[in-house]
Design a protein around this ligand. Sequence first.
Ligand code: UDP
Ligand code: MG
Length: 148
Amino acid sequence: MDRTFVMVKPDGVQRGLVGEIIGRLERKGLKLVAARLERLPEERVDRHYAEHLEKPFYPGLKRYIMSGPCLLMVVEGKDAARTVRTLTGATDPLEAAPGTIRGDFGLEIGRNVIHAADSPESAAREMGIHFPDGVVEYHRIDEPVLYE
Ligand code: UDP
Ligand code: MG
């Protein structure tokens, strides 16, 4: 079964959206296998966003991500990276479809509530950065009815 990395950004934590977001992931059928509330150190923000280091928006993005605690998670389920990106919606909340997390809760691209790894390869890289000691292995009791 696939795993992916998801993070509620500081605006989502400050706005009290953590429960709503975890609820959406759980209701979809995804299993939470790691979670930690943490104010990210600069070095890890740079590693996490390595592909964006030279972008003009990066200094602002870094200030935003370091402005308060984030909720870091790993979830497990069918096609996990794609499934969570679908729930997350487009990067710009004004373009994100209603029903997605960004579409329902955001207004600004620079305050878009949530991060989700964009591929299985990115998921593996990001889980290695934030959860190097691995995740919690267990069975959820609804697995036999979730999967055919
Ligand atoms: N971002 C921004 N301005 C931009 C593009 C991106 O502030 O013009 C921020 C935004 O928070 C986004 C993050 O940088 O979520 C990473 O950008 P990416 O293109 O990887 O979007 P994502 O994968 O988060 O949808
Ligand atoms: Mg991205």
